[in-house]
Design a protein around this ligand. Structure first.
Ligand SMILES: [Fe+2]
Length: 307
């Protein structure tokens, strides 16, 4: 049976025409990997999927990683990272955006970007899906790079950008946060969540994808801090801030985005070396469960700031 490939809105593809409950032929696995590399965002719908076959399916794309926080792993299936909106988590997942309390909203980011060694990719599966809100957005940063004018492409070729891991997202001084205000709580510090402290990390503004060779506009809004040594790139401090703001606004253009409204059983696979993602969040008290499997990354794309 041939795979059926349909373009999603703006970026990414939906793939059907195989049965996840059946052992996968090598040729089908190779075609799926090739579609993942070509399109970065791949949606699968209507599969009769359970934890076992989600894990087995994900292995077609590489070795699976375990999440560093044991509390977020499934006890039965350690390869599953549980994204769960539940009442006792809400106090530190809730923030006030544009006057509304929102649970689980996350700005655009790439997973493990703050370590310099992002995951290769991941696959999300909708388990309990609210009928409204709770969307996951995906953004194609290879297409974002291609759409830059030549002058900007040349300007950023030798620029590096610093990222600082922080659970308090208000530290992003250069980024318009669309009316973000702190919620009615004290955000937990990383140590409260048993998160290790991460030093600042530096990425080139343009990263060459280790597998496909495509150029990626490596602008990750979450934890974004500043351009490194702007004077060496011929920029004043103000020009560096303006450039960073302009690049962030470029990555936010809807033409590079696909937002998925979840139905139970839906799966979205993405290339975390090329695509950013975000979560729109839900209203407080809404149940939402997503299971993630994570494909390990073997390439170091960023360096420690003081290295
Ligand atoms: Fe993420």
């Amino acid at each position: 049976m041939a795979l059926k490939v349909t373009a999603l809105e703006n970026v990414g593809v939906e793939v059907s025409g195989f049965d996840i409950t059946q052992p996968m032929k090598d040729a089908v696995a190779a075609e799926l990997v090739s579609l993942w590399n070509e399109h970065a965002i791949v949606l699968f719908r209507g599969q009769n999927v359970n934890p076992e076959n989600q894990i087995a399916f994900s292995r077609a794309f590489g070795e699976l990683a375990l999440h560093p926080l044991a509390a977020t792993r499934s006890q039965e299936y350690p390869e599953l990272f549980m994204l769960v909106n539940e009442p006792d988590k809400e106090k530190f997942m809730t923030a006030n955006y544009n006057g509304q309390n929102t649970v689980g909203k996350l700005d655009w980011h790439m997973d493990l970007h703050y370590t310099g060694k992002p995951n290769r990719g991941a696959l999300l599966r909708g388990v309990v899906c609210p009928s409204e809100d709770g969307l996951t957005g995906f953004g194609d940063l290879a297409k974002a790079y291609d759409a830059l004018d030549k002058e900007t492409q040349q300007l950023i070729e030798n620029i590096e950008v610093t990222y600082a891991f922080s659970m308090q997202r208000r530290h992003m001084r250069y980024v318009d946060l669309r009316g973000y205000e702190p919620g009615p709580y004290s955000p937990k510090k990383p140590s409260d969540l048993n998160y290790p402290n991460f030093p600042e990390v530096v990425y080139p503004a343009v990263v060459t994808h280790p597998v496909t060779g495509r150029k990626i506009l490596e602008i990750c809004e979450q934890f974004l801090e500043r351009i490194v040594a702007p004077h060496q790139a011929g920029l004043s401090n103000d020009e560096a801030i303006d450039l960073l703001q302009r690049l962030v606004e470029h990555t936010r253009k809807p033409e590079f985005h696909y937002f998925h409204q979840w139905q139970p059983g839906d799966m979205v696979l993405w290339d975390n070396w090329r695509a950013m993602h975000c979560a729109t969040g839900t209203k407080p008290g809404v149940e939402r469960v997503i299971h993630r499997t994570t494909i390990m990354g073997d390439a170091t794309l960023g360096r420690m700031a003081d290295a």
